[in-house]
Design a protein around this ligand. Structure first.
Ligand SMILES: *Cc1c(COP(=O)(O)O)cnc(C)c1O
Ligand SMILES: [Zn+2]
Length: 434
């Protein structure tokens, strides 16, 4: 096991406030947390990380949801809808089919706006209040905008969201619109939207709440605490592996930070840290490329395409934090086809777990890694499903069964059902193979 320690000493520098400060992951420079908005290192422009003067243990946690983990967060409470406390589903048929000792699904689609982004926003918007900013902004493939619109609305702050025109699933745009964000449709992809919103933030026009903002990741860290606590409560041990879809790699970075903090707090042995395993769509896989070619950072993919719109990202901003997380936990990264993603979306839905395409990538990736023999049949695996089925109703309808027109007549309906009882099942199975 490689170095899982946090890189700087655990004592607060001068600039800390209430035992919280920001540190550069590259040059180690430290910065005051709430003096003004700061997203990247003022000295070298690398990513910043939130640091604390103490590390959490499981005994420090009480209450429910994200704020249960206040001991590992910069504040004790925040603008809450409330978020977190998502289910850790058992999926016995899928578990047997994939062939692992345990397969659990951490369904983040069950958050208030239907994705894990809510966990980051409850903390991020709390920090925005501390800074006293009056306008929030993000670039988004959809879910970040839905979450920011809801939390910004709740906090009574003006909210701007920049979306790639024509590339965002219907449910997500509808949420952002109804929660009262101003939606700016940019003629470009997600990475272009992020470039624009970073410019706006640099010019002081808005407070940036993409996962480049280190406070977002503090909220998302709580997914890791919940997985470890939930799995341990059921099985008396921690899972061997966490498999998750990767877009900007914020979650990968956040889970890694969660694990490192628990190792430093003494409650997680370095040998018990789950292997972080990232999954991308074949058409948008710069992280997989970086892992396979052992790069320090990703190469920007100018053209990206996949049905899994939430992870259609060519320039993952958190790669410098996430790549070490994958490597140092002994994990890996894998790319899957859109067909494999759709199959996994169906597999999950058949066990009652409704997820959007990007979310299903985790299960598709696990299947691929089982086929390759990378994942062992004795492993305890948790797959993260990041967003709810209804986020992308078009994709769900396409992946699901066709409606069957019937006459308005009970006998005719019974005849229809009798006629289709064998053929329908067969046809359904055939259609799935195609
Ligand atoms: C944002 C998002 C992702 C990507 O998460 P990162 O932290 O950017 O890697 C994956 N799935 C869904 C549904 C999302 O909304
Ligand atoms: Zn720096």
């Amino acid at each position: 096991m490689a170095d899982l320690e946090l890189p700087t000493a655990n004592s607060a520098p001068e600039c800390a406030e209430d035992g919280v400060w920001l540190a550069c992951i590259e040059c180690g420079a430290v910065h005051a947390p709430y003096e003004g908005p700061v997203y990247t290192c003022p000295d070298c422009d690398s990513l910043l990380e939130v640091r604390y003067d103490s590390y959490p243990t499981f005994d420090d946690f009480s209450g429910r949801g994200v704020w249960r983990y206040a001991a590992a967060l910069p504040f004790d409470e925040g603008v809450s809808l409330p978020e977190g406390d998502t289910p850790l589903h058992r999926v016995p048929r899928l578990e047997a089919d994939v062939g692992v000792r345990n397969l659990r699904i951490k369904h983040e689609g069950m958050n208030p706006t239907g994705s894990f982004k809510d966990r980051g926003m409850t903390v991020g918007v709390r920090v925005a209040q501390e800074l006293g900013v009056d306008r929030l902004a993000c670039a988004s493939t959809g879910n970040t905008s839905a979450a920011l619109a809801a939390y910004g609305g709740r906090a009574d702050l003006e909210t701007l969201v920049l979306l790639p025109a024509g590339k965002v699933a219907a449910g997500k745009v509808a949420q952002a619109a109804l929660h009262g964000a101003r939606i700016l449709e940019v003629d470009g992809n997600f990475d272009a939207c992020l470039d624009r919103v970073q410019d706006l933030a640099d010019r002081g026009e808005a407070y940036l709440l993409n996962s480049l903002n280190p406070f977002r990741l503090e909220g998302q860290k709580t997914i890791g605490f919940e997985i470890l606590e939930g799995f341990y409560a059921d099985e008396g041990r921690f899972p061997d592996r966490v498999v998750l879809p990767v877009g900007n790699a914020g979650n990968t970075a956040a889970l890694y930070k969660c694990f490192r903090e628990l190792v430093r707090g003494g409650d997680l042995a370095p040998g018990d840290v789950p292997k972080l395993t990232g999954v991308q769509a074949e058409g948008a896989a710069p992280m997989v490329e970086a892992i396979e070619e052992d790069l320090d950072d990703t190469r920007r993919w100018e053209e990206v395409e996949t049905r899994a719109t939430a992870i259609r990202i060519g320039n993952p901003v958190n790669a410098p934090k996430a790549l070490p997380g994958i490597r140092e936990t002994g994990g890996t990264a894998v790319a899957v086809s859109d067909e494999a993603i759709t199959r996994a979306q169906r597999d999950l839905a058949e066990e009652g777990v409704g997820v959007e395409p990007a979310s299903a990538a985790s299960v598709a990736g696990l299947r691929e890694l089982r086929d390759r023999g990378v994942v062992d049949d004795g492993e305890d695996v948790v797959c993260l499903t990041t967003g709810h089925l209804l986020k992308d109703p078009e994709a769900a309808a396409e992946a699901g069964s066709e409606p069957e027109p019937v006459p308005n007549d009970t006998d005719a309906i019974l005849a229809h059902l009798a006629g289709k009882s064998v053929g329908g099942g067969l046809l359904g199975r055939l259609r799935r193979l195609l």
